[in-house]
Design a protein around this ligand. Sequence first.
Ligand SMILES: Nc1ncnc2c1ncn2[C@@H]1O[C@H](COP(=O)(O)OP(=O)(O)O)[C@@H](O)[C@H]1O
Ligand SMILES: [Mg+2]
Length: 352
Amino acid sequence: MSAVGHGAAVRIKACGKTFADGTRALDPATLDIARGETLVLLGPSGCGKTTMLRIIAGLELPDAGGKVLFDGKDMTSVPIERRNVGMVFQSYALFPNMTVADNIGYGLKIRGVPKAERAACVAELVALTNITGLENRRIEQLSGGQRQRVALARAVAIRPGILLLDEPLTALDAALRDRLRGELNRLLRALGITTIYVTHDQAEAMELGDRIVVMRKGAIAQIGTPREVYFTPQNRFVAEFIGAANIIEAPLQNGSLVMPGGQLRIGDDVTMPATIAMIRPETIQVVDAGQGSLSGLVDSVSFTGDRQRLVVSGASSRPLNVDASNAIRVKAGDRVGLSIAPEAVRLLPLES
Ligand SMILES: Nc1ncnc2c1ncn2[C@@H]1O[C@H](COP(=O)(O)OP(=O)(O)O)[C@@H](O)[C@H]1O
Ligand SMILES: [Mg+2]
C-alpha cells in the first residue's frame, strides 16, 4: 500500500443526486478520501459512479444538503476550473490536430507556464507514461493505448490536487488493458496524487485501489480495502460482484450448516438464525471420497491453465464451484470429499 497522508483530502458529505427528469442517480453518500489515496468506485453500469465523480469534479451539483470539501474547504459551488482537478475519461477528449507534446502541455500553456519549463515537464511525463518518440505525432496517428497515455499525461501535467479517472481503460482491448493497468498502478504510486478511479471491472479495482467503494443502484454497498471486500463482504451483492462466490442456503444447527452432502462445521459461537453462507471456490479442498465434511459428485472439470475448475453437485443445495490445483486427478462422474475450513465460510444476512 502507498504512503497515505493524514486528514481527508476530499470529503463528500450527504451528497445525493436526483436529475431534473426525476432519475434518482445517487442516494445521499458520505465518504472521506485520504491524501495520496487511490479510491476506486466500483459497480455495475448505471449504479451512480460517474455521477459521484462529476459531483467531486464540479461538473454536477449535489442535491440540497450535500457538500464537497477539499482539505476541509467547502467546494460545493466552486466551478471545475477552480478546483485544481485533473480528469481522464473513457473517450480520450484530446485535441486531435495538436501534437502529443502540445496536448500534454496545453494546461500549462493556458496557465502561462514559460516555454522552457513547459518542455521540461512534458519531457518528464512522456518518459513516465512510456510514449517516448511520439512527441511530435498528431493524436489521430496514435493507437488507443497511446492516446490514453497522452490523456493521463495531460491530466497530471498541471499537478492537480486530485486526479479523477472515469473508466480510462474500458475502451481498450483486454491484453492492452492488463498492461496499462500495471503501468497505471506504478504511475499513481509514483505521483502520490489523491486519485478517484471509476470502473466496473473488479480486477482493475483490486489492483489499483487502496480502498474500494462498491456501489449498487445509487447506494454504497461496502467500503473497504481490496482484501476486506474480497474476504469479508458484508452482503451477497458484494460477495458475488467481487470474485467468484458459492452462495449456500442451509439451516444452521449446533454450529454446523446442515447440507445434503454432510454437515459443515463453522463454530459453536455462531448463532445467526436466518442467513446465507458464502464460500470462495479456491477455499474448498478436494479430498478422497469419504474424507472431508462434505461428499459430492464431480459434474465437470475445466482446465484453466493455472488451475482447474470443478463443478460438484450433491454437496450443497446447488452445485458448488471448486478451484483445485492441477495436481489433483479427477474426472466427471468421480465421487469426491470436500474439506472446508470454518473460517472460509462467511455468513451473510438474508436479502431484505
Ligand atoms: N443527466 C442525466 N439525466 C438523467 N439521468 C441521468 C443523467 N446522468 C445519469 N443519469 C442516470 O443516473 C444513473 C447513474 O448514472 P451514472 O452515474 O452515469 O452511472 P455509472 O457511471 O455507474 O454507469 C443512471 O440511471 C443514469 O441513466
Ligand atoms: Mg459511468
